[in-house]
Design a protein around this ligand. Structure first.
Ligand code: 6PG
Length: 455
């Protein structure tokens, strides 16, 4: 596929010798010859025979598997494993589910073959020019491939390679999954900004607003990508309004939401972003339900400076939530992931690269709790009013802003010392005798009461 080809070209460009293998089914007969012509490189060997490919490699063999996540990975592993020798290193670079990676690593251990699950981000251009690489597996195997991975990876601001062994077994693929969850919410936030501005501004005007945001703390690769999209025309008309408003997904966003639910981490923005795609997929029902509404056009005045603050407010909370999700899962799985190293690896090459990631990296080098960092806390307090005003405008205009409003709700919740969960505890005890704790007794003590249920 395109990612495998781009990574192979990247490796050749960095002076590595590369053997590539692709099956030669009828539809894929030309893949290897075409790629050899395209690369035109003396250090490249192409194979359509798996055994010949394996035999072309120096021992211990270092193989990077780039096939679609899921059953295809198990299929290739089934054919490949018997051809490998003790000590060979198999790296799997798809968007795999981390529990699959854990299972596969265990299986490979029984064959004495090293298995590294590597999250790769950056799309085709990243793979070609320098991706961000999130590795999971054992140190001994990682040390053997580290020089190769460091050559092909993007470089951070200190010119260190954006690759790291983030933890054992599924840690790398899990971090890539959360990278994608954060990515879903970052994409959704940009879509919400676009949705809010669309009734009152032309596409050219929206472009101008966002262009001014792409300098300083709000700048990012995804914003830059959005600017490119806003400028793209087909013949004389903008292409974006012709794109169907239905967003698909391949699984990583859902898995990040599942992890948040499993470990009880309030990663509300990434869950809302997955749900927003689900809403987008109900196109026919949306059309039919809108038809029944009063058709007076709604249009609110949106202050773009306040919108910018609201956008950055939501982005900070999105990243803080994602980092907490990594941290809590790391504790549960005993991975010992270093959060600073995660954002450092994300600081270049990947889809999430942005000035914010660089700022978070500097903070995480000193302390693990982003919300308690004074720079973050002060900004959030300062921008709360701007978020309120933006959301009021969105309600006047009937524009759904699920991620932005979820950010504000989360912020309200996290800055409320005295929540209403006392009532939840009381309800659980009243109907199910689930017991409750008291704030006038140690929280380690549990009580039950005979609540006055019959009024
Ligand atoms: C990357 C991207 C890339 C892709 C995902 C998400 O880091 O390079 O995250 O992996 O965007 O496949 O795709 P979906 O939106 O289709 O789930």
């Amino acid at each position: 596929g395109v990612m495998g080809k781009s990574l192979a070209l990247n490796a050749l460009d960095k002076g590595l010798s590369v053997s590539v293998y692709n099956r030669d089914t009828l539809a894929e007969k030309e893949v290897i010859p075409d790629f050899q012509t395209q690369a035109n490189h003396p250090a490249l060997q192409g194979f359509t025979n798996l055994e010949a490919f394996v035999n072309s490699l120096q021992k211990p063999r270092k193989i990077l598997l780039m096939v679609t996540a899921g059953n295809a990975v198990d299929g290739v592993l089934g054919n490949l494993t018997s051809l490998l020798s003790k000590g060979d290193i198999l790296m799997e670079g798809g968007n795999s589910y981390y529990r699959d990676t854990q299972r596969r690593e265990k299986h490979m251990q029984s064959k004495e073959v090293h298995y590294l699950g590597i999250g790769i981000s950056g799309g085709e251009a990243g793979a070609l020019n320098g991706p961000s690489l999130m590795a999971g597996g054992n140190m001994e195997a990682y040390e053997l491939v580290k020089p190769l991975l460091e050559k092909i990876a993007a470089k951070d601001t200190n010119l260190q390679p954006c690759v790291s062994l983030l933890g054992p077994n599924g840690a790398g693929h899990f971090v890539k999954t959360i990278h994608n969850g954060i990515e879903y919410a970052e994409m959704q936030l940009l879509a919400e900004v676009y949705a809010l501005l669309r009734p009152s501004l032309s596409q050219e005007e929206i472009y101008e607003v966002l262009l001014s945001w792409n300098e300083g703390p709000t700048s990012s690769f995804l914003l830059e990508t959005t600017l490119g999209i806003l400028q793209t025309k087909e013949e004389d008309a903008f292409l974006l309004p012709k794109v169907l408003d239905v967003a698909k997904s391949k699984g990583t966003g859902t898995w990040s939401g599942e992890a948040a639910l499993r470990y009880g981490v309030p990663a509300t923005l990434l869950i809302q972003a997955v749900m927003a795609r689900a809403v987008s997929n109900r196109k026919d029902l949306r059309v039919s339900l809108e038809e029944k509404l009063d058709d007076t056009p709604f249009e609110a005045t949106v202050d773009t400076e306040k919108l910018k603050m609201a956008y950055q407010f939501a982005r900070i909370l999105n990243h803080a939530q994602g980092m907490e999700l990594i941290s809590e899962t790391s504790k549960e799985e005993k991975w010992n992931i270093n959060l600073f190293e995660v954002t450092r690896v994300w600081s270049n090459g990947c889809i999430l690269r942005s000035q914010l990631i660089e700022e978070l990296t500097a903070i995480l080098q000193k302390q693990p709790s982003l919300l308690e960092a004074s720079k973050i806390y002060t900004s959030l307090v300062q921008w709360e009013g701007a978020v309120n005003e933006t959301l009021i405008a969105s309600m006047e205009q009937r524009t759904p802003l699920p991620c932005m409003s979820s950010a504000l709700q989360y912020w309200y919740g996290m800055t409320t010392a005295n929540s209403s969960a006392n009532l939840i505890q009381a309800q659980r005890d009243a109907f199910g005798a689930h017991t409750f704790q008291r704030n006038d007794r140690p929280s380690s003590d549990f009580f039950t009461s005979s609540w006055n249920l019959n009024g």
